[in-house]
Design a protein around this ligand. Structure first.
Ligand code: ADP
Ligand code: MG
Length: 323
């Protein structure tokens, strides 16, 4: 079973970046209002994600590390309407199979916490300990037991850049959660967690950008959009700042990018892209989150409806604000 875990894990765990994404999504699913992420050396040596969420009951800690163990889904039909970020029950098992991991967790109604050490998928230590409410997961020496993967790791600088990007995306998608991100002992950013998207943007992205953002908001019975788009004069050379969340999930969607860019059309210089941070809430039945294991690509059942709604919202915001 350990071998199966290791093989599967190689596929699920792309690198430090994907470990962090999974751990933060678990913390969000656990209802945390406070999440601290710390990395060292691009995350390959050390990753820590601490949250103040619901924690895991003493008798469930080992189970959480078993493949296909998830507390988030009851029946297969649920897959179409999942609102939690995780639902496959694969992440913890996979991460623990290819690293030296430690979990410390305590639900608030339990007096003691549990600490578990797992090396390459083997539980090597279990202890009852005092702990704050919530969960801390530490992942050290990722891929220590898969030399082939270690060899093909990106530089820690490149990996840290990707990690900073995903943490900031997740923090922007949850302005109600206070995030702190520490890289090699430097605090990179802290967000207020006061549910104010503008202040959250300000705490993460540069001030010049924030000055050039226009608030955008609509609400119909099918869709709700809330966020900011940039003045057409404030553009970027790539799509990195087209930041879109659907039902709280950071996603990439060619359809949504196209709807946004088409709305800017003649207003944008050639090969330039707008900046936008859009929170889109949509009837979960209109989306299909199950298309790709890493879940950043999503598909819509009614593409034309989604395209028009987003296109029209951005168009009317630009018409109102840009002369
Ligand atoms: P999934 O998120 O798909 O359910 P994971 O492997 O990521 O699968 O996690 C397995 C289970 O462990 C979750 O369903 C949840 O019950 C528990 N869990 C993981 N991380 C946390 C956390 N930070 N706080 C509370 N429970 C957690
Ligand atoms: Mg998960």
């Amino acid at each position: 079973d350990l071998t199966i875990n290791k093989i599967a894990a190689g596929e699920v765990v792309e690198g430090p970046y994907s470990v962090i994404k999974e751990l933060i999504e678990n913390a969000i699913d656990a209802g945390a209002s406070n999440i601290v992420v710390e990395i060292k050396e691009g995350g390959q040596k050390y990753i820590r994600v601490s949250d103040n969420g619901v924690g895991i009951d003493d008798e469930d800690v080992e189970i959480a590390f078993m493949r296909h163990a998830t507390s988030k889904i009851e029946v297969v039909e649920d897959l179409n309407s999942v609102l939690t970020l995780g639902f496959r029950g694969e992440a913890l098992a996979s991460i623990a199979a290819v690293s030296q991991a430690q979990i410390i967790t305590k639900p608030k109604e339990q007096l003691h916490g549990v600490s578990l050490d797992i090396v390459g998928g083997d539980i090597v230590n279990r202890q009852e300990i005092g702990a704050p409410n919530g969960t801390t997961i530490i992942v050290k020496n990722l891929f220590f037991n898969i030399p082939a993967r270690l060899k093909f790791m990106k530089s820690s600088q490149a990996e840290a850049t990707k990690i900073g990007e995903i943490i900031s995306r997740l923090a922007l998608s949850q302005p109600n959660i206070a995030f702190k991100y520490i890289n090699n002992s430097n605090i990179m950013f802290t967000t207020p967690g006061n549910n104010n998207l503008e202040q959250t943007i300000l705490s993460i992205l540069d001030k010049e950008l924030v000055k050039n953002l226009l608030p955008t908001k609509i609400k119909t019975n099918q869709i709700e959009i809330d966020g900011f788009i940039s003045q057409p004069t404030y553009v970027r050379g790539n799509r990195n700042y087209e930041i879109v969340f659907v039902n709280g999930r950071y996603i990439k969607s060619k359809l949504i990018s196209k709807a946004i860019e088409d709305a800017y059309k003649e207003k944008l210089p050639i090969n330039k892209f707008p900046v936008c941070i859009l929170n889109i809430n949509i009837d979960p039945n209109l989306i299909d989150v199950n298309v790709h294991p890493t879940k950043t690509e999503i598909k819509f059942h009614e593409e034309q409806i989604v395209y028009s709604l987003i296109h029209n919202t951005v168009t009317s915001c630009l018409r109102k604000n840009v002369t």
